[in-house]
Design a protein around this ligand. Sequence first.
Ligand SMILES: *Cc1c(COP(=O)(O)O)cnc(C)c1O
Ligand SMILES: [Zn+2]
Length: 500
Amino acid sequence: MRPEAFPESIRPHLVPEPSGELIYQCLGCGATYGIQRLLYTCPDCGSVLLLVDPDFQRLRAISGEDWHRIFDHRKMLNIPALKGIYRFHEFIGPVIPLDSVVYLGEGATPIVEANDILAEKVGLRFYFKNDGQNPSASFKDRGMASALSYIHFLIRSGALSEVLAVCASTGDTSAAAALYAAYLRPAVKCAVLLPHKKVTPQQLSQPLGSGAAVFEIPGVFDDCMKVVEALSERYNVALLNSKNAWRILGQESFSYEVAQNFEYEMADKAVVVPVGNAGNITAVMSGFLKFYEIGVIDALPKIIGVQSAHADPVYRYYQEPDPARRKFVPVSVRSSVAQAAMIGNPVSMPRVIRLASRYDGAAGERRVFFVQVPEQEIMDWELVANRNGHIACTQGGESLAGLVRARKQGIVSPTDIAVVDSTAHALKFAGFQEMYFEEGFPEDFEICPETALINRPKLVRPGGLDRVPEPGSPLTGEDFERFISLTTEEIARRLDLKKN
Ligand SMILES: *Cc1c(COP(=O)(O)O)cnc(C)c1O
Ligand SMILES: [Zn+2]
């Protein structure tokens, strides 16, 4: 649909012009910095930064209902820059002109309701939001679209020329970074650091296929992160980890889409996300808070952060009920099927602490919760979900296992409606499913496959056949008919089919 066809009252707002200002704000000392240069930590005190819009309240000049109308009508436009995360331009990156937006099909991911069988097992109605249906098959594309649109903007305005984008990754950040960098070649090149043998073959294939320089490092993600931090401190590179505040901004789109999907009614909703480096939960809290402050939503949903017992520093921090006595202690991670969240020292911890407290404060009650789940439940719930029509990854299984725990602990009630973040596509983590089905998990995972959930291919090779077809030498005549007939009978016998 063309802008001319829309109601006059919202027409001036439909296609946004760059507006406002964004600045980096340090979460340690409060100092602020302009966005003309790429900055990841405070030059003064070294703490992490958030991007803030000093005149954010100007957005209140448009009523909540008009914002609904604007976002809902933008959905119908055929302007690529407004099809993804920048549908929420004023909230995602108001300073970015639309012709700098890099759109590769990210965002607007499906929200799929659980069937009755699954809802009953879990104890409430819930939906998966399938962020595996992003272009590189994880939610990381949301943040990468934001970070690379900003870099593209700097390149187009002449402030930057050649960029080497770098990141450490548990697999998905590097897939997304390499994809978006490849689109902006030759101005942007990409190098990624991965923990050796700690990303899946599918994840490894992604940055290789996008043409990035791929380095594998001994150790776990936290070790890679330290190397990348050292690189970004000593050399002229653009850091694309979620330490980069532009990533957080883009990932807020998840919350905006959830709000829009439920007609902006958030009071009875609970949003469940897996927590690794804690960039995603930071963004999810920040997104809902911003919509709430401007009156786009009139209630804040519950937020439930989920961690595996094998990588649970955030959960442990919040185990202490008295905020004054909480102390953050990094953990040493153990093998986890939620490998993309297998992080012991999350970079965004100061952001989580700040935003969770602001979130609860704005809601007037506790609305942010953390639960811990065993590896076994992560795998079991992923498989159960997928047997009921979903495409959840292991982190999606972790989220669902977390929802089940939250229900048992009374954090969510049977009348709440949950939105469970499946942060990547099941196919990226097919190797864990295979280990489960083949009963081949190394002991350190602490996963014992349940027979009822195992599924394996069955080779059908009826006895009494002299020859079977092979590529390049098909069967013919009587041999072929005998092969078809015996194979058919064998399958019918195994499936216990009735003759018609
Ligand atoms: C990165 C990632 C996570 C963890 O997100 P954080 O922002 O690091 O907390 C979870 N699931 C998947 C699939 C991921 O790629
Ligand atoms: Zn500072």
